[in-house]
Design a binder for this molecule. Structure first.
Ligand code: SF4
Ligand code: SF4
Length: 272
């Protein structure tokens, strides 16, 4: 079964896949497993690379995870394709797919499965793609041999902390600030302007030596067309205002609402 899962995912640009017994995962949303009719079995964890060459645009003003269309749509389409194929190949077993809203703690399980390691920036990283991956999992009630590994951690080099523009000033993380709905103070506005942040921040991830090495080796960049074709690294007031509701809803930042993004963009454009 592992081979079948790997082949199905590899055909869709996903190469990092590893199994872990469900009993070795920390289950935080048991109702999701109950809904899928799965009490015990195996989790196939996988890392989806999303960093595109468009993310290197010096004018980029949003976090790389928001540059392409909403990754939840990618996962929905992936599971719609892959789960029926698995069900027809293995009719005695149940299968369910998750990302983000998952029954388990994804990063910890992925590290236990040996897919990668946990970083001091609180993110999951792989050597090939650094932290620029979305984790997903296919859960089944089939029991597949899976080795539980010791959780690996990054070397704690401190480059992410050193690069963070606000850590020393005890200010709020830029990513959280850019998503804040309540009005921004004058100082908060200044910080967003100074760092050209319209939504999210990648400074600590970009400074990580794992990212720098993956970029240099060229492995960082995704081959998945969904992310490449929909990339829009620089937002402007005009382009966000011109998006139809449907177009806006297809972007990963849409959950925060148009008003927050437009407020941030007006701040950036006022300072030009
Ligand atoms: S996302 Fe940006 S502001 Fe937040 S911790 Fe990382 S570098 Fe600092
Ligand atoms: S920059 Fe260094 S400390 Fe931070 S996540 Fe990367 S390897 Fe770990």
């Amino acid at each position: 079964m592992l081979q079948a899962v790997k082949e199905l995912l590899r055909a869709r640009g996903i190469e990092e896949v590893a199994p872990l017994s469900l009993t070795d995962c920390r289950v935080v949303r048991p109702y999701l497993l109950e809904r899928a009719g799965i009490a015990d079995g195996t989790v196939f964890l996988f890392a989806v690379p999303y960093y595109t060459h468009a993310c290197d645009d010096p004018e980029k003003n949003i976090s790389a995870y928001c540059v392409s269309a909403d990754y939840h749509r990618f996962f929905a389409a992936l599971f719609d394709e892959v789960l029926p194929l698995l069900r027809s190949t293995f009719p005695d077993f149940r299968f369910a797919g998750f990302t983000d809203h998952s029954p388990i703690i994804e990063g910890e399980a992925a590290a236990r499965a040996g897919l990668g390691f946990l970083g001091c920036n609180h993110l999951f990283l792989t050597k090939k793609y650094s932290s620029f991956v979305f984790l997903g999992e296919i859960v089944t009630d089939a029991k597949v041999y899976a080795e539980k590994k010791e959780i690996a951690y990054c070397p704690n080099c401190g480059a992410c902390r050193a690069a963070c523009p606000v850590s020393l000033a005890t200010e709020c993380c830029l990513s959280a600030l850019s998503q804040q709905k309540k009005p921004l103070s004058e100082n908060e506005q200044k910080i967003l302007k100074a760092h050209n942040v319209a939504f999210g921040c990648d400074i600590c991830q970009e400074a990580c030596p794992v990212t720098i090495a993956a970029k240099k080796a060229g492995t960082l960049y995704t081959n998945i067309r969904f992310f490449i074709d929909s990339a829009l690294p620089r937002l402007t007031v005009n382009c966000v205002e011109e998006m139809s509701d449907e177009e806006f809803a297809a972007r990963a930042y849409s959950w925060r609402g148009r008003a927050v993004i437009l407020r941030n963009l007006r701040l950036l454009e006022d300072s030009q």
